[in-house]
Design a protein around this ligand. Structure first.
Ligand code: AVJ
Length: 349
């Protein structure tokens, strides 16, 4: 592993000591998920696998695109409301836990406000490169801040949160509308698990991308420079690299479309022709114009946000939006009392 920290580098403080909760299980799961996903009907692959080193780089390029408003708009919201968001943390020592942190650029808007306080930053991501970048940027700009990177996917990340020091208040971030990659039942389950891992007084800040003009959405998920297409196609490239796949990328095309039924963008890789593709010891058949479903990026309305908070048993503290109402950041608090006393999802009267 070229990126693994070497002992002397670690001692010099040139590379972070990353808590590794991903590597061993990662490949086996990838192989299994690809096999199941491409054997099924309709074919599907999880968007979780977009984010290898190259995919993370492509996503960084997406965030720079004029059409991809998500990052800029959320940044605008955090800049305007950072004070209110970090206010609950100023009383006690705190850990800012960043699920799907990426390079942590937006999070630093909040972290800057914690100077002079006993705060720590816990970025959690499946991309090692993202974690190293986040750590480096904090070292340069916020040298007073202890950073404890964790390489994990969401649920392992939540388990890690539950095990963090009990005497520190937590603010857990799920920014960038990352929640949009989960269908509603999975999202409810995720919020419930998160709530159960937290203690009374802890807070959660979640970014929700709102329903908007379909033209704006289509441009954001099928940009004119073709970066999003490359990001989607990288999934096949990754299968070629890691699982001895034989995909010809020119034989597939990126397709993004808004689904009213799902209330969100759907991304597909569509086979341009009838073909068989070998992946390791397996072979998969593609009919002409058969799609592989690769991602949902769900969009929300305000009542959806209230419903998530209620289902998981959070108290809604604040809601912050931008001037165009493109995006919403919701701040929730864990109420007093045991986690098990929170209301169940949709109880019948
Ligand atoms: C990082 C999951 C929030 O769904 O908008 C960007 C990923 N996909 N362009 C999103 C993505 C296509 C992004 N998230």
């Amino acid at each position: 592993m070229p990126n693994s920290p070497v002992k002397s580098d670690l001692a010099d403080g040139k590379v972070p000591n990353i808590v590794e909760l991903w590597r061993d299980s990662g490949r086996r799961r990838f192989e299994q998920d690809v096999y199941e996903g491409l054997s099924g009907k309709p074919k599907r692959l999880s968007s979780m696998y977009f984010y290898d080193e190259q995919g993370s780089e492509l996503f960084r390029n997406i965030m720079e695109l004029p059409e991809y408003y998500v990052t800029r708009v959320e940044r605008e919201i955090l800049l305007a409301h950072a004070g209110e968001i970090v206010a609950p943390l100023l009383e006690t020592p705190c850990d800012v836990v960043d699920l799907g942190a990426g390079d942590g650029l937006k999070t630093r808007i909040l972290l800057e406000r914690l100077v002079g306080h006993d705060a720590r930053y816990v970025p959690i991501d499946i991309s090692q490169r993202a974690l190293v970048d986040a750590w480096r940027a904090c070292r340069e700009r916020l040298p007073w801040l202890p950073v404890l990177p964790v390489r994990a996917e969401y649920f392992a990340g939540i388990a890690h949160i539950a095990a963090l020091q009990p005497d520190r208040t937590r603010l857990v971030l799920l920014l960038g509308s990352n929640i949009g990659n989960m269908e509603a039942p999975a999202a409810n389950n995720f919020f419930r698990s998160l709530r159960d891992a937290l203690r009374p007084g802890d807070h959660v800040l979640v970014g929700f991308d709102l329903v908007k003009d379909l033209e704006v959405l289509h441009r954001a998920y099928d940009d004119s420079a073709g970066v999003t297409a490359q990001f989607n196609l990288n999934l096949l490239r990754r299968i070629n690299r890691e699982l001895e796949g034989h995909f010809h990328l020119a034989d597939f095309r990126h397709h993004a479309t808004f689904s009213h039924a799902r209330q969100g963008m759907e991304s597909y890789l569509v086979s341009r022709r009838n073909q068989q593709v070998r992946v390791g010891k397996f072979q998969f058949d593609f009919a002409a114009w058969e799609p592989i479903h690769t991602e949902v990026s769900l969009k929300y309305r305000e009542p959806d946000v209230h419903e998530f908070a209620q289902n998981a048993g959070f108290i809604e503290v604040g809601q912050f939006t931008d001037a165009k109402s493109y995006f919403l950041n919701a701040l929730w608090r864990v109420p007093e009392g045991p986690a098990s006393s929170s209301p169940l999802t949709r109880t019948d009267p």
